[in-house]
Design a protein around this ligand. Structure first.
Ligand SMILES: Cc1cc2nc3c(=O)[nH]c(=O)nc-3n(C[C@H](O)[C@H](O)[C@H](O)COP(=O)(O)OP(=O)(O)OC[C@H]3O[C@@H](n4cnc5c(N)ncnc54)[C@H](O)[C@@H]3O)c2cc1C
Length: 501
């Protein structure tokens, strides 16, 4: 996909601090960093009344080339939209001030956590990218209410370490811990525990947000509930999350991890279904790997039982009873809980070492209806070879129970059970042919799955239209649309998702 050039003029090489006088010329749509530059911009402009002063900030407003280039890229390296400025906030007040400013001047705004979106979701062409990383404070763990309040920029690894010090833990984690709290709460936050405890968005008790109109608001299931519902898994459309209060549960000290291998997809999925329905394990996921023949013929079910103090010592025979895996390949290992949560760290270090981490990532993330998951998964996989999905690609397959996922904007199929099916592809960043081919595969797979009653999990790279999004949100669309009108009336927030025209 070609780089999209910036349409507006932006002063280059400036770092605008709170001490500087800075302005935005609403006629030329350009920024000025000092009073002198403001004068110059003003006299160069058609009218002298078009300069709007940028608010005083505790943090920094960056307009230098390297900051803008970094904000025009993400983990996908596929879409590049250059913002006009990047806010590194020194306080929540800065977020409020700059969102208000952008709302006044109809400038697009996108919060950016760790920028691990793969398809431009956290980019804002000619607008403002707000880095949330400086808002990464972690409050003291409230052991009575079993909650912790954290800044939106906190990473889940830091949240886990802070809460484990008190013997508590968020109940569900993404597989990779170096994602921001605000970033995963904007999409859902799924992991192998979700079949029991719901997604990360189902385990939030309160949020503090800045709406698109620049209002700082606390919301929860009982206070401004419409806003709370519109923000969780709301893809940043109505407000910027600045703080979240997360539910905690007692943590195990060690876990027992089982890896079971299957020769065929249908049996693998059926056994996952049994485990999830019975709630036999605390965590269930699965991966599909290539076999020696070069087809996706190896299916590895991964199940984890939490040990004391939250569960009994795991009983292998009872936990594996009746499963139809290949008994010769069973792997069982005990692990400290945090090491289990952080199990991807060495894998990602190796990918960085091998240079694969910086590849393009045209990811496909689908929610398959439980009843037709095996047929749909096979149809998509049969059209692909291991070479197509690239080096280090991962194929994930695991079930989720609909009644545990209570957040309206986190969409699944209507079946009692949906399977998350991810093809996490990689391609050399300059291999645009491979990237375009995989994007076309993604779109075609999405069409097949949507026609069968499934949908997508919005963390991937599927070219979608606003009409697709409307269909995706289904009965939740009206609520999102109404909240968008109320809380982001000028439609400035997170255009990179492509949801609203
Ligand atoms: C290696 C890897 C592993 C992953 N594993 C999982 C997994 O196991 N489970 C899972 O569910 N997902 C997983 N993901 C996907 C990931 O959860 C999402 O892409 C998530 O949005 C990334 O978080 P981030 O902090 O990088 O967000 P960003 O990419 O920075 O932002 C994501 C979106 O949310 C918006 N946003 C960011 N912060 C805020 C905020 N504070 N308020 C409002 N909107 C905001 C952005 O504008 C953007 O639209 C994985 C991604 C990677 C790269």
């Amino acid at each position: 996909m070609p780089r999209t050039p910036s349409r507006r003029t932006v002063l280059r090489g400036l770092t605008v601090t709170g001490a500087a006088v800075a302005a935005f010329d609403t006629a030329s749509r350009s920024w000025a960093a000092t009073a002198a530059e403001s004068e110059t911009a003003s006299s160069a402009s058609a009218t002298s009344t078009t300069l709007a002063k940028v608010p005083r900030l505790d943090g920094t407003l960056l307009t230098d080339a390297s900051s803008l280039t970094a904000a025009a890229d993400d983990y996908g390296h596929i879409v590049h939209r250059r913002p006009a400025a990047v806010l590194r906030p020194g306080s929540v007040r800065d977020v409020v001030a700059m969102v208000r400013f952008c709302n006044d001047h109809r400038l697009p705004v996108a919060p950016r956590g760790q920028g691990h979106s793969p398809f431009g979701q956290a980019q804002a062409e000619d607008g403002l990218v707000i880095e949330t990383a400086p808002l990464s404070g972690i409050g003291s763990v409230n052991t009575a209410s079993r909650t912790v309040t954290v800044g939106a920029g906190a990473k889940w690894s830091a949240v886990a370490r802070a809460t484990l010090a008190q013997g508590l833990t968020p109940p569900v984690f993404t597989d990779y811990l170096e994602l921001s709290v605000g970033g995963t709460l904007s999409v859902g936050g799924l992991g192998g525990q979700a079949h029991r405890v719901g997604a990360q968005v189902d385990n939030v008790t309160e949020l503090q947000v800045v709406t698109g109109a620049g209002e700082l608001v606390r919301c929860s299931p009982s206070r401004r509930a419409d806003l709370f519902r519109a923000v969780l898994a709301g893809l940043g459309q109505c407000a910027v999350i600045v703080e979240a209060t997360l539910r905690l549960v007692p943590a195990p000290t060690t876990v027992r991890r089982y890896q079971l291998t299957y020769g065929d997809l249908a049996t693998f999925l059926d056994d996952q279904r049994v485990l999830v329905r019975e709630g036999r394990f605390d965590y269930v996921e699965g991966q599909v790997h290539a076999d020696a023949a070069g087809t996706f013929g190896v299916h590895v079910l991964e199940a984890v039982a939490y040990g004391p103090p939250v569960g009994p010592a795991p009983d292998d025979a009872a936990l594996l009873r009746g499963l139809r895996h290949d008994p010769a390949t069973v792997q069982i290992a005990d692990q400290p809980y945090y090491d289990f949560l952080d199990r991807l760290a060495p894998v990602i270090a190796a990918m960085k070492e091998a240079g694969i981490w910086g590849f393009a990532h045209p990811w496909l993330n689908l929610m398959l209806p439980g009843a037709s998951a095996a047929a749909l998964g096979a149809q998509v996989l049969n059209g692909l070879t291991p070479a197509d999905v690239g080096p280090g690609a991962v194929i994930l397959f695991y079930p989720l129970l609909r009644d545990r996922l209570t957040t309206p904007l986190l969409r699944t199929s209507d079946d009692e059970m949906s399977y998350l099916f991810d093809i996490l592809s990689a391609a050399a960043p300059d291999d645009t042919t491979a990237v375009d081919r995989l994007l076309a595969v993604n779109r075609s797979a999405y069409d097949t799955v949507a026609a069968a009653g499934g949908t997508h999990y919005p963390v991937g790279s599927i070219p979608l239209t606003p009409a697709d999004w409307q269909a995706h949100f289904g009965p939740a669309w009206a609520g999102l649309q109404s909240a968008k009108c109320t809380y982001d009336p000028r439609g400035i927030l997170v255009p990179g998702q492509g949801i609203f025209d």
